[in-house]
Design a protein around this ligand. Sequence first.
Ligand SMILES: *[C@@H]1O[C@H](CO)[C@@H](O)[C@H](O)[C@H]1NC(C)=O
Ligand SMILES: *[C@@H]1O[C@H](CO)[C@@H](O)[C@H](O)[C@H]1NC(C)=O
Ligand SMILES: *[C@@H]1O[C@H](CO)[C@@H](O)[C@H](O)[C@H]1NC(C)=O
Ligand SMILES: *[C@@H]1O[C@H](CO)[C@@H](O)[C@H](O)[C@H]1NC(C)=O
Ligand SMILES: *[C@@H]1O[C@H](CO)[C@@H](O)[C@H](O)[C@H]1NC(C)=O
Ligand SMILES: *[C@@H]1O[C@H](CO)[C@@H](O)[C@H](O)[C@H]1NC(C)=O
Ligand SMILES: *[C@@H]1O[C@H](CO)[C@@H](O)[C@H](O)[C@H]1NC(C)=O
Length: 647
Amino acid sequence: MVQLKIQYLTLLVLCSWWSLEGTVGDPQLFFLKRDCSGFTAPNLSNFIQNLNASLDDLTAQVSNQSKHFATAKATSGTDPVYAMFQCRNYLSITDCATCLATAAAKIRNCSTGVNGARVIYDGCFLRYESNDFFDQIMPRSSILCGNQTANESTAFSVAGQQVIMDLQIATPKITAFYAATKTQAVDGAIYALAQCAETLSQDNCLDCLSVESSSIQGCLPNTNARAFDAGCFMRYSETPFFADNQTVDISPFLKQGRSSSKKWVIIGGVVGGAALVAILLLLFPWRRRPQSPKRVAGGNILEATELKGPKKYKYSDLKAATKNFSEKNKLGEGGFGAVYKGTMKNGKVIAVKKLISGKSSKINDDFESEVTLISNVHHRNLVRLLGCCSKNQDRILVYEFMANNSLDKFLFGKRKGSLNWKQRYDIILGIARGLTYLHEEFHVSIIHRDIKSGNILLDEEFQPKISDFGLVKLLPEDQSHLSTRFAGTMGYTAPEYALHGQLSEKADTYSYGIVVLEIISGQKSTDVKIVDDDTEDEYLLRQAWKLNERGMHLELVDKSLDPNSSDAEEVKKVLDIALLCTQPSAAMRPAMSEVVALLSSNDLLEHMRPTMPLFIESKLRPHRDIFASTGSSTSNGTASDSIVPAP
Ligand SMILES: *[C@@H]1O[C@H](CO)[C@@H](O)[C@H](O)[C@H]1NC(C)=O
Ligand SMILES: *[C@@H]1O[C@H](CO)[C@@H](O)[C@H](O)[C@H]1NC(C)=O
Ligand SMILES: *[C@@H]1O[C@H](CO)[C@@H](O)[C@H](O)[C@H]1NC(C)=O
Ligand SMILES: *[C@@H]1O[C@H](CO)[C@@H](O)[C@H](O)[C@H]1NC(C)=O
Ligand SMILES: *[C@@H]1O[C@H](CO)[C@@H](O)[C@H](O)[C@H]1NC(C)=O
Ligand SMILES: *[C@@H]1O[C@H](CO)[C@@H](O)[C@H](O)[C@H]1NC(C)=O
Ligand SMILES: *[C@@H]1O[C@H](CO)[C@@H](O)[C@H](O)[C@H]1NC(C)=O
C-alpha cells in the first residue's frame, strides 16, 4: 500500500514535471500534413481488407511489441497494401499508440479507397501505398517555420546551423536513424531532432536529411521549425519538446567515420578542393562578383511573407496581347503548359505561360505564395517572372520575353552551329551561376528538377537564362501525383531521382552536366547511335566518357564549330567538369558553386584532378537503364506540398 502510494506520488510529480516539458502523456498530435493519392484502388473490397489488415498489424506491433517503428504488408488478392508507422523515439509507447490511432483515423478519412496516403504529426508518421515504398524517400520537403524570431537572432542562427548540420551528418550513422540533441545557445537552449525511416539505406537517409536541413535552415532565426517528407523528419525549437535525458550523444558520430569510410574521404577531397577554391578566390580578387554569403543569418522564411507580391495581370489584357492565345503566337509547349508571345498595349513584349489546369481547385491555395516566391527570384541568369493571372481554372504566368528562344534550337535545331566556342563557354558558366543562386543563395533552396537545353533561354547577347524553375508545386494534384515522371526529362534525369525519387540539388548538377555535354558536342543526350565495333549502343554520356578515357576528347567537339575558335585546354576542362557532374553517385558530384569556381579559374582543376573519382564503366550500364525506365518506377507520390510560411 505504502509502496503504491509512493509510486502514485512519483507518478504525480513526474506528470507535473513532464507536462511542463510537454512530453509524457502528450502524443504530440500537432498536425502537420496529410496527402491523399488521387487514384482509387481497382478492387475496393480487396483493398479495404488489406488496408485493415496492415493497419491492425502496425497497431499490434506498436502496442504488443513496444515498437517505435514498424512496417506491415497485406498482399492477398489484387490490391496489396504496404504500410509504415514511425513514432518519435522520445515518446512513450502509450503515446505512440495514441498517435497511431489518430493518424489511422485521419488517413482513413481520405476519400474511400485511395491507393496511397500519408499523414504527419509532430509525434508520428503513417503512410501506406499500393507498392513497396519502404526504402524510398520522396523528392520533396515541406517546411513549417515558427512565427517568432529569436532574441539574439544572429547568434541563434549560427548555433542553429551548426546543430542542423551536425544532426544531418550524425543521424544516418546511428543505428536507429534517430537523434535528439540539446545545445546551449547564447539565449537558452536549442532542442533538435532528426529521424529517418529505419528501412532506408544510410545513403538515402543522408540524402533525405540534406534536403530537409537545407530547407529548415531557411527558417532561422525563427525560434522553431519543422521540415518533413515521407522519408525523414527534422525539428528544432527553443522550447523543449522532449526531456533532457532523451538526448543522444552524437559527438562520436561527428568525429569518427569521416576517415573510416572511403566515401567520406572522397567527399572530404572535394570539399577540401572547394575550400581551397574559396581561399584562392578570397586571396585573388580577379573574380568580378564575390559569392554572396549562403543563407546564414539573413535567411528567414518570414521574409517570404513580406516579399513584394507579383503583379496581377488582367485576363482580358493577356488575351488581347496574345491574340486570344492563337496558334500563331505560340512559342512552344512544355511540361507545364503552352507558352505564347504577347504584345501589351504599351508595346512591351512578354511571354505568357498558360499552366496545365486540373479539375482540382486545391492549387489555388499554393498558387499565390509560390508565385510570390518565384517572382522575387532575381538573377541575371534566371528568367524573370513578371506577374500572374488567374481566371476560373486558368493559371497564367507572365515572363520577360527572350529574343533568342531556347538553347536547343542553337545546338540541334535550325540554327545549329551558330554559337562559337566563347559563346558556349559563357552559356555554360551562366547556367552554373543561375543554378548556384537557386540552390545556395536564394533564401529558400529551389531545386529545378528539369534542367535541359530546352529550358535554357538566350537573350539578345546570348546570355543564358534558366526558365521554369519553381513550377513543380503549381501543378494540379492529379499531375503532381506523377511528379517524377513529369519533372524529369528522359536523358537528363539523375539516376537516383529517376529510379528512386531521391531529390537533392545534386540531381540538378547531373542534368547540368548533361547539358554541358550537349553544348560541347552539339548532340542530343538522348540520341543513340549504333556503333559497328561495339555491340552496345552509343549515347552521349558513354561516348564522352570513352573519348575522355582515351584522351580523344576533342573528337567530341561539335563538328560545326570552327576548330580554331575552341581552345583545346578549355574544352578538356569543361569536359572534366561535365563528367564530375554526371557521376552516378550524387554525393560525389560537385555543388553548383564549386562548378562556378572551377569554371572561373584556370588552374584550380589541376588541384581537383587527383581527387576526381574514376567514372567506372560497369557503373554506367545500370545507369543506362534509366533512359528506358524514367518515370515508371516512382510515380506513387501523393504529395501536393508547398513551402508553408508562418501564419
Ligand atoms: C475483389 O476482391 C475480392 C476479395 O479479394 C474477390 O473475392 C473478388 O473476386 C474481387 N473482384 C474482382 C472484380 O476482382
Ligand atoms: C475495416 O476497418 C474499419 C475501421 O476500423 C471498419 O469500419 C471496417 O468495417 C473494416 N472493414 C473490413 C472489411 O474489415
Ligand atoms: C496484442 O494484444 C492484444 C490485446 O492485448 C491481443 O488481443 C492481440 O492478440 C495481441 N496481438 C499479437 C499479435 O500478439
Ligand atoms: C473526416 O472528414 C470529415 C469531413 O471531411 C470531418 O468532419 C471529420 O472531422 C474528419 N475526421 C477526422 C478524424 O479527421
Ligand atoms: C504564433 O503561433 C502561435 C501558435 O503556433 C499562436 O498561438 C500565436 O498567436 C502566433 N503569434 C503571432 C504573433 O502570430
Ligand atoms: C526574449 O526577450 C523577451 C523580451 O525581452 C523576453 O521576455 C524573453 O524571455 C526572451 N526570450 C528568451 C528565450 O530569453
Ligand atoms: C528521465 O528523467 C526522468 C526524471 O527526470 C526519469 O524518471 C526517467 O526515468 C528518465 N528516463 C530515462 C530514459 O532515463
